[in-house]
Design a protein. Sequence first.
Length: 183
Amino acid sequence: MGWAAIAAFVFRGLFAEVLKRDGMAREGLALFPILAAFGLFAVYILPLLPTVSELRAPPNPPEFMFATAWYYLPKSADILFQQVLVAALILTGWRAGFRLKMLSISLGAAFGLFHLDLAFDGFLWFYVARFTLAATLFGTLLPYLYLRVRNGFRYAYLLHRGLYAADAILTHIILAAPPWAQG
């Protein structure tokens, strides 16, 4: 979270207009319950989900398929940092004169392409396809959230972090260890 705070401070001039609209203190305070909710999910809900079966997992599964709260708690801070940097990117493009449509198309394409590199790590096509599609849609939506929606940063963070929570839930349910293999 410290890096997100440092990045927000470095780009404070860029964020001034949005923060004036949304209220910096209010936006910051609104993030605390969101961060706490995802923290509680990681610590209390995730361990209640069925264990992912190594038998049902794909070959060379991503490490977070078996992740615990010790992965998901820092991931919340990592996503917060990413969101601050992406907000700075979007606001820089907006100030440079790029239209909302161009920013949306560009970010959607960039986010999708960034996630295609998962294929080079040997992950299954379904995993690569679902994260690439989600990243493309999310990247396309982000400029609209930041530039047109009140409290857009909050919604962007909720969507980004919520995708990881939903993916964890679905993974644990779909790839649950068979009843005879649970101990």
